[in-house]
Design a protein around this ligand. Sequence first.
Ligand SMILES: C[S@@+](CC[C@H](N)C(=O)[O-])C[C@H]1O[C@@H](n2cnc3c(N)ncnc32)[C@H](O)[C@@H]1O
Length: 216
Amino acid sequence: MKKNNFLENTDYSQTSNISIWGTGDKDTLELLDKIEIRGKWLNLAAGDGRYNLKLLEKADSVVASDINEGALAKLSRTTPEQYKAKLHTKAFDLTKRFPFEDGAFDGVFCAGTLHFFSKEILEGIFAEIGRVLKPRGKVMIDFATDVRRIFPDGSIWVKKGEPGYKQEEAAKFLEESFRNYKIEARRSKVDGDDVTINSHTYTFSCNYILIVGEKK
Ligand SMILES: C[S@@+](CC[C@H](N)C(=O)[O-])C[C@H]1O[C@@H](n2cnc3c(N)ncnc32)[C@H](O)[C@@H]1O
């Protein structure tokens, strides 16, 4: 197996109950605790559910989505029994039209994913987020910049096709993209999280922008 294609083959059934992405970034977890979350939320590209429980604790219902059905199966399996009734899952590609009606959600959350995509694709994703949100619906996203993934031998992994956003460029782009929202943005960073996928470990670090917005 080549070093840089292991992620696409992630077999979530062979991973521990803890998310392969770790326990979550402190500032993101704190913000999830702080903001008002009510009604029906969409967790976009939820992965194996690192942040999903925070949404389930406060929302009336949560649709956890991802392109990877194995990740969603693990997310469902590891969700505590008491929250299972308000959890729904939906596998889809977030770069295409979302499989939901206009105004279906009170809130949309997306972490750890948007930096994979070009500005052109992001414009489509943000348009879909806006479409599925109710008026005055809420969005909470994080956006990683200055990403570095380093293998134990010191070599750097640049994920194929990843745009490699720098912080100021991304801040400007996000501000423009969310001009129809009342937004609050803050900045944080990941200092070096070890990520192990299919027996390959790398250290992930980045700066990131956290945005909470309310649709005007
Ligand atoms: C780095 S993980 C982050 C997962 C989760 N949001 C978290 O913070 O733990 C990125 C996730 O995006 C998903 N993903 C990648 N491309 C996608 C696409 N086009 N549509 C939907 N999900 C996608 C992957 O399957 C993966 O679960």
